[in-house]
Design a protein around this ligand. Structure first.
Ligand SMILES: Cc1cc2nc3c(=O)[nH]c(=O)nc-3n(C[C@H](O)[C@H](O)[C@H](O)COP(=O)(O)O)c2cc1C
Length: 414
């Protein structure tokens, strides 16, 4: 597998892990930061140790884990002042309501809060808490104070909480979103796509039947959004055209929200010229031939209405044969049968350079949730010179590898 870009070489990160359910995501965050060349040293609050162990944190960070303010050994070796001095950036994840309150008010009664007060380095907080805790006036007051003090924030996102039935704003940013924020703040990374413009489409489209009904599909936008974010991390100027999704806009990307296939095509064409186009959206092939302006009423004895469908514009083929065609055009093909054959046919018909084919059948065996809506993907990259089968991996990893492939194909900016 291609190693991730060394975007964080020499970056020294002090990760302060607070006591929230999202602490488990820090294990992945440590891995992601380190594989990009960062060194990661961790401080865990007492509460954090109720959720994950210093043993796993130490194993992943390959360093001693600091937990106590009054630890003779730690004070002798490093000390809370040196802990912050020897870092380029302090990251607090999960940023609990408690840690935010302490920092906003200058408390220093444990190692985490003392290090945060003792530092003159930039601080990045990834808040994570129940939506009611996040919305509480005290937390919002602390947020405003911290922002005024120059503290940086990533997230929180809107979505489902770990507690069953809870949803809203307060979910911690995903590890790769935190990595992107760290990269933006430490800024010593290579940007092979700097100066390049890439258009990405993502999500489903909704095709209107009447004011309350539409035809849709199961696309979540996770893969397309991850690709847009990965391209932005490599320095591209990314224009994401997104259908209706329930995930947040990616960091550092310009996003246009559309609903229908025709609106998506319009937004994509308006964004030309571009160096590359990645067409990930699951665009509806058909739409109702007539859009009815009043809600269709159920009439006793009349049975079900008949929906006449008409073909939607083929956005990928349109761009693949456009007079302003980007140098690199990549399409996605969601197939439930004859994956390979259909991808090859699509490649030629649509004027694409690559088709990323994925098996979206229910028995594809990919992760919980399947490919559509799930977090994992297994793809075959079909090009004119041959094909490359990638093993099953997370959608973020697919995004990283694809962004790297795009950077390699486009080559250095002239
Ligand atoms: C099961 C459980 C989950 C919790 N999740 C969160 C959370 O996501 N965010 C938060 O701010 N506090 C959460 N708390 C409360 C904190 O653990 C508590 O405020 C603690 O004192 C925070 O300590 P720290 O800020 O030093 O890590 C949770 C508590 C429990 C028991």
């Amino acid at each position: 597998m291609t190693a991730p870009q060394q975007t964080l070489t020499k970056a020294r990160i002090l990760l302060i892990i607070g006591g929230g359910i999202a602490a488990y995501k820090c294990l992945d965050l440590i891995r992601r930061l380190r594989e990009r060349g960062a060194s990661v040293r961790c401080v865990m609050t007492k509460a954090a140790q109720e959720f994950i162990t210093p043993l796993s944190v130490g194993a992943l960070s390959a360093d001693h884990v600091f937990t106590e303010l009054f630890d003779r050994q730690d004070e002798h070796d490093v000390g809370h002042i040196r802990l912050s001095r020897e870092a380029d950036l302090l990251v607090v994840a999960p940023g609990t309501a408690d840690l935010m309150a302490k920092l906003a008010n200058g408390h220093a009664n444990d190692l985490a809060s003392t290090v945060l007060i003792a530092t003159d380095k930039p601080v990045l907080i990834a808040p994570a808490m129940n939506p009611r805790m996040w919305e509480h006036p005290a937390t919002q007051r602390n947020l405003a104070t911290l922002k005024e003090d120059g503290v940086n924030f990533v997230g929180p996102n809107r979505g489902e909480m770990a507690e069953s039935g809870e949803a809203g704003e307060g979910r911690m940013a995903e590890p790769m979103e935190i990595v992107a924020a760290v990269e933006a703040l430490t800024g010593n990374h290579e940007k092979p796509l700097a100066g390049r413009k890439v258009i990405v489409t993502s999500g489903p489209t909704h095709e209107i039947i009447d004011p309350v009904r539409y035809i849709a599909n199961r696309s979540s936008g996770k893969q397309g959004h991850a690709i847009a974010a990965a391209l932005a991390r490599l320095g591209a100027s990314v224009h994401l055209v997104s259908g209706p999704v329930s995930i947040p806009d990616p960091h550092g990307v310009t996003t246009t929200h559309v609903e229908t296939a025709r609106q998506m095509r319009e937004a994509v064409e308006a964004s030309l010229p571009a160096d590359a186009g990645v067409f990930v959206a699951a665009v509806a092939d058909w739409r109702p031939a007539v859009e009815i302006s009043e809600k269709i009423k159920k009439k006793p004895g009349e049975g079900a209405p008949t929906l006449e469908l008409t073909e939607n514009p083929d956005i990928l083929a349109g761009i693949g044969h456009h007079k302003k065609r980007p140098a690199l055009v990549i399409g996605f093909a969601a197939e439930t049968q004859d994956l390979f054959k259909n991808a090859r046919t699509k490649l030629n018909k649509k004027g694409a350079d690559f088709i990323v084919a994925n098996d979206v059948s229910h028995d594809s065996g990919v992760g919980p949730g399947g490919v559509m809506g799930g977090d994992r993907n297994s793809v075959v990259i079909v090009g004119h010179e041959g094909h490359d089968e990638w093993p099953e991996m997370s959608k973020e990893e697919v995004a990283e590898r694809l962004a790297q492939l795009i950077a390699d194909r486009l080559g250095p900016t002239q």
